[in-house]
Design a protein around this ligand. Structure first.
Ligand code: IDP
Ligand code: MG
Length: 146
């Protein structure tokens, strides 16, 4: 049988969303989480932690070897983050839309990075870029999540 995405699967789509160290340092956590809640997404997991090397290496494996890779890891290790999982219809694309462009100077006003981001190397949040990425990223931080 061809695999089709059932309606309930679509409704329960999950994405991984992280408030990076600058967001935590600057006291932006509640305001940013509120934006996802306002979009009718449901938070199914939340934890504060300091990202370790195994986690950052797995999360950013696609960027290994790029000029910004070492500074990206230094930034991600620089303080506590909040890691979360959200569920809802089209959650992956919706969260990416709420986040805005990678570089805050390009991100539209009204998006999280457009409103709170300072620079490309301090862009406050991470969100999975596809359902496949979400399925890979969630277990890095929540290995036991159903
Ligand atoms: P995304 O977070 O919007 O998916 P990616 O291109 O996947 O963007 O890059 C991952 C992260 O790496 C970015 O969120 C940002 O923190 C960092 N990054 C990306 N490009 C640059 C760059 O040119 N300079 C510094 N950091 C960068
Ligand atoms: Mg990305």
């Amino acid at each position: 049988m061809d695999r089709e995405v059932s309606q309930s699967e679509e409704m329960n789509e999950r994405t991984f969303f992280m408030l990076k160290p600058d967001a935590v340092r600057r006291g932006l956590v509640e305001r940013i989480l509120q934006r996802l809640e306002d979009a009718s997404l449901r938070m199914v997991a939340k934890q504060q932690l300091v990202v370790n090397k195994a986690q950052s290496g797995a999360l950013y494996t696609e960027h290994e070897g790029k000029p910004f890779y070492d500074s990206l890891l230094t930034y991600i290790h620089s303080g506590p983050v909040i890691v979360t999982v959200w569920e809802g219809s089209g959650a992956v694309a919706l969260v990416r839309k709420l986040i805005g462009a990678t570089n805050p100077t390009d991100a539209a006003s009204g998006t999280i990075r457009g409103d709170f981001g300072l620079a490309i190397d301090e862009n406050v949040v991470h969100g999975s870029d596809s359902v496949q990425s979400a399925e890979r990223e969630i277990p890095i931080f929540f290995p036991g999540l159903d």
